[in-house]
Design a protein around this ligand. Structure first.
Ligand code: NAP
Length: 278
């Protein structure tokens, strides 16, 4: 079989294309889908991510309500802002940009987001529902990885998927989604022993480590599918693309892989949430 470059931009364009008519229909029904983004502090990368998400909303007719709070914001103040957005019928999705400054209890803030507006899948209820197989909005990056798998008709049943990373927004939920689709899932983390040996057994590798070029070419089984969720400084993934390209059967590039699909899933979840208010 020919090697496949899993083109996230193409998948994202397809997802966004399918949203245009749904946004139009919502507007005809008097509802403008709206995503509220909350940025706390002035971390430049977070500012860029929030701006990109807001601009992506606008391009397809979703309203973007941007809330920028000072870096001195307390947990209580942030919870109040989230409460207001929860009660605002004009807001359909709420995204709190991670990370927040250290004085804030980030988990408490995530938990405060109403489940029907948790379009980024950050609440424990949303995670639980995803794990049980009936969640409406899984975290956007895990949802993006599954979308790429489906668009390219990558078989999961009975396959060995190795996920490197166990964070609440990425490693854990993507593992649950893969398991729900009958993959045999191994979750690796910083204490895992013999990581290269485990990755070598994988039919599907999901890299969600947060370390540039971490996954090495000689860890990869011939023909394995590699999904690189990593997005490190300088547009560098968690997978050493040059080295892994050769053995891989299919691989996502960085940039242009999981990242653009993640944003398109956020838009899709916001439209889904708006439709549920009709
Ligand atoms: P995170 O919260 O820092 O989690 C990283 C995970 O990697 C942890 O579970 C950690 O294990 C594990 N890990 C660290 N060092 C390891 C090692 N040497 N061997 C094996 N596992 C190791 O990161 P995250 O938020 O999940 O993000 C992961 C990556 O995805 C980052 O590059 C981030 O930029 C990217 N990301 C991309 C998108 C997108 O839209 N494309 C969205 C979100 C995140 P422990 O649990 O043991 O510490």
């Amino acid at each position: 079989m020919d090697k496949v470059i899993l083109d996230g931009k193409q998948v994202a364009d397809k997802v966004k294309g399918s949203l245009a008519s749904r946004v139009e229909a919502l507007k005809e029904a008097g509802v403008t889908p709206c995503l509220a983004t909350i940025l706390v502090g002035d971390d430049p990368s977070s500012e860029t991510y929030v701006r990109m998400k807001g601009n992506a909303c606008k391009r397809i007719g979703i309203e973007s309500k941007r809330i920028h709070l000072s870096k001195e914001t307390s947990t209580e103040e942030l919870l109040e802002v989230i409460d207001e957005l929860n009660q605002n019928d004009g807001v359909h999705g709420i995204l709190l940009q991670h990370p927040v400054p250290a004085q804030i209890d980030e988990r408490a803030a995530f938990e405060r987001i109403a489940i029907e507006k948790d379009v980024d899948g950050v609440t424990s209820l949303g995670f639980g529902q995803t794990a049980f197989g009936f969640g409406k909005y899984p975290s956007c990056t895990p949802a993006a990885i599954m979308r790429i798998i489906d668009e390219y008709k990558i078989e999961l049943e009975g396959k060995h998927a190795v996920v490197i990373g166990r964070s609440p927004i990425l490693g854990k939920p993507v593992s649950a989604l893969l398991l729900n689709r009958d993959a045999t899932v191994t979750i690796c983390h910083s204490r895992t022993q013999n990581l290269p040996g485990i990755v070598k057994q994988a039919d599907i590798v999901v890299a969600a480590v947060g370390k540039p070029n971490f996954v090495q070419g000689d860890w990869i089984k011939e023909g394995a599918v590699i999904l690189d969720a990593g997005y490190n400084k300088g547009n560098i993934g968690d997978v050493d693309y040059e080295a892994c390209y050769e053995p891989a059967g299919a691989i996502t590039p960085v940039p242009g892989g999981v990242g653009p699909v993640t944003i398109s899933m956020l838009l899709k979840h916001t439209v889904d949430a708006a439709e549920l208010t009709l």
